[in-house]
Design a protein around this ligand. Sequence first.
Ligand code: AMP
Ligand code: ZN
Length: 466
Amino acid sequence: MKIYNTLTRKIEEFIPHNKDRVNMYTCGPTVYHYAHIGNLRSYIMEDVLEKTLMYNGYNVNRVMNITDVGHLSSDSDTGDDKMVSSAKKQNKTVLDIAKFYTEAFFSDLKKLNVKKPETIEPATNLIPEYINLIEKLLSKDFAYISGGNVYFDTSKLDDYYVLTNHKEDEMVVGVRDGVENDYNKRNQADFVLWFTKSKFDDQELKWNSPWGLGYPGWHIECSCISMKHCGEYLDIHCGGVDNIFPHHTNEIAQSEAYLGHKWCNYWVHCEHLNDKNGKMSKSKGDFLTVSLLEEKGYNPLSYRLLCLQSHYRKQLVFTYENLDNAEQAYKKLKQKTLSLKAGSNINTELFESYNEKFKACINDDMNTSSAITVLYDVLKDDVLNDGTKKALIESFDKVLSLDLLTEEQNDVSDDLAKYVEEQIKLRIEAKKSKDFETADKIRNDLLEKGVELKDTREGTLWNKIK
Ligand code: AMP
Ligand code: ZN
């Protein structure tokens, strides 16, 4: 199995420390708002990675944090705590906000068939562990106290920028429009391990510490949670590309300073989902959630398919046109997979040959779009009997997780699909000969049967109304 490693900037063979227990850590959401479908692209990629590992026979110990404290509005330790601002706006407590959006997050994951990691740890659960780690960093002289806060001293490392390969002056930390510089730092790249009341008086959740009443920085939580559940040697650490710097860079700095050895071998990052304004984010542009897509009549799994059709290391631009196409493709795919007849014997030789092709795709740095091409090849292959096709699809769906063999109430029968496609052709002909009355009648008749037509640049798409 090969995977692109951000740390070495190469596609590498995956070799875990221990085959029987692959330790995989993924940065969880900051639960001050709903996850947007950009965040969820990263979680879909991580799900495919975990399932690819399982497809290769590995046992995966997957851990995820829930950020409910310490993530400030700038990733570089300035601005308000995102949780506190959201709680203030909604007139609720931080813990109420965290509970609400954590549940919403897991409900979104379920709709997208993203497997819930076995271990989920809210950041507020491990305060004593953060304090221990920070004390050790202070005793090893990797940290210092200044202005009431505890900072990590990046100048003590040989290569702080190991993950980014960037020159120091290109990666300015702590300066952003409207956000003041932190003059307590010895070096611009230093980051906060522990904040005290001297700096942020309005923080709702605070804990006693050797440095006063305060709260942890965002980065320390991921190092500690990972070490608690995955031990000192982590195999894979994941996140979106925006996590590479400063978050993951800082995680490496403090973890390796604490451990005194290399911490994680493979760093896997998902490129962004963009909208017309650039990176989809919680603070600007259209805020697209799974629920919103559902309200508009889309099946969340069409969004999963859209993500799988592109490579996770390429930026993906979200448009409704792309989603319409994915929805149409998903429906057609399911019409085909659900019409396969059960019963015929499985041809093991052909099964193995297609399975190997599928595995080669997912093992090639998670090339999911090629894996989907193999799926279409299976469906098209006249030599394969339905039993073998079904067995292959069941197997592929362990990774793709598109519910390809699960019948749902909204799935349309083959007969209805055929009928709708014929009616669409007739309507196109009617429109060509300017017989708009017939064209409208076809549209209205279909609507009465619960089928809605949508004219797009790619042709007429249709939708079964729920
Ligand atoms: P957050 O809730 O902001 O902590 O982010 C949760 C996850 O979503 C992190 O792994 C981010 O890197 C990732 N992420 C944020 N924005 C996007 C985006 N537009 N596309 C893909 N992943 C994203
Ligand atoms: Zn993290």
